[in-house]
Design a protein around this ligand. Structure first.
Ligand SMILES: [Mn+2]
Length: 318
């Protein structure tokens, strides 16, 4: 372990409920310089079409992330020994101006990328992934492993509005940020607007693995295909908390029954080892609809799962 790496506050010295709330009890820093992985909040839900509240997600995920310990129980990855990680705070947002909000998020993430660190973001609604991709994929298109109940590849809402949390991946493909042949969406379900709702996405080459297909095949088989689609090239991982069943994650904007168990989702994230992850996020945690912090806890734990595979892959590639 590099002794210069940031370490979480020791829960045997300071109880988990005490002290300032930061992601995984890591130090709060103001610059990404020297970080391998930057934990960053994006408290913005300006793209939400129905139940708002994901703007409150980062703060509650920080709170619940105090339950994370130092070592992964299955892989034994110790992310704070393998990589230099810290809480970089929240990017600047604008809650009353959508386009300025997107520009501020992109600028904040671009600073992280310029410093050579990998962003692991806590949303925010799913539109926040678009400006993150604008920063992460500026130099070349990236692949995408996308856990969600929804494809989020619709075109426009409420007239000709192109930017909502139902459209980010259509915009990202149009803008050349994603290589659609290296995009896989896992867990897609729920009622749709029209029978061919996912036709555009499939025409681009996106691989859609519905919940029904996931149930038939299971986590190992599905993730073997996802890793093959990512193809050892730069890949972004986005985890919409509404991919989980709302009985386990009720605090979200667009719940759909019949989702992943938290255990299934953990099993899949653990199978991301070796993927060249250039950025990741957990989005759509909406504390106003949460019960006892359970959704924020699920979100914080998925961030820890992502952090463990990201740190492990970084260390192996060094
Ligand atoms: Mn989504």
């Amino acid at each position: 372990m590099n002794p210069a790496f940031h370490q979480p506050v020791d829960a045997a010295q300071v109880p988990r409920f005490a002290g300032l709330s930061t992601f995984m009890r890591l130090p709060a820093v103001t610059s990404p310089a020297g970080l391998d992985i930057a934990l960053v909040g994006i408290p913005w839900d300006g793209g939400t079409t129905n139940r708002a509240g994901a703007r409150h997600g980062p703060r509650e995920m920080r709170n619940q992330s105090s339950l994370m310990r130092r070592v992964h129980p299955v892989t034994k990855a110790a992310p704070f020994s393998l990589a230099n990680v810290a809480d970089l705070g929240d990017v600047s947002v604008n809650p009353i101006d959508l386009l300025d909000g997107l520009a501020r998020i992109e600028a904040g993430i671009a600073e992280i990328v310029a410093a050579g660190a990998i962003p692991l973001c806590a949303g925010g609604d799913h539109l926040t992934t678009l400006p993150v991709l604008r920063a992460v994929a500026k130099a070349r298109p990236v692949g995408l492993i996308h856990f969600d109940a929804h494809s989020d590849t619709n075109d426009t809402y409420f007239g000709n509005n192109p930017y909502t949390h139902g459209t980010p991946f259509r915009r990202a493909i149009e803008e050349g940020l994603l290589d659609p042949k290296r995009v896989v969406q896992i867990g897609i379900r729920g009622s749709i607007y029209e029978p061919d709702e996912h036709g555009w996405a499939r025409e681009q080459g996106i691989r859609i693995i519905t919940m029904e297909e996931f149930v038939q095949r299971g986590p190992s088989d599905v993730m073997a295909e996802a890793r093959a689609i990512a193809a050892d090239q730069p890949t972004y991982v986005t985890f919409d908390i509404d991919s989980l069943d709302p009985s386990m994650a009720p605090g979200t904007g667009t719940p759909e029954i019949g989702g992943f168990t938290t255990r299934e989702a953990q099993a899949m994230l653990r199978l991301l080892g070796g993927v060249d992850v250039v950025g990741a996020d957990v989005v759509e945690v909406s504390p106003p609809f949460d019960v006892g912090g359970m959704t924020a806890l699920a979100g914080a734990t998925m961030m820890f799962e992502l952090l463990c595979v990201m740190a492990g892959t970084l260390a192996r590639r060094r």
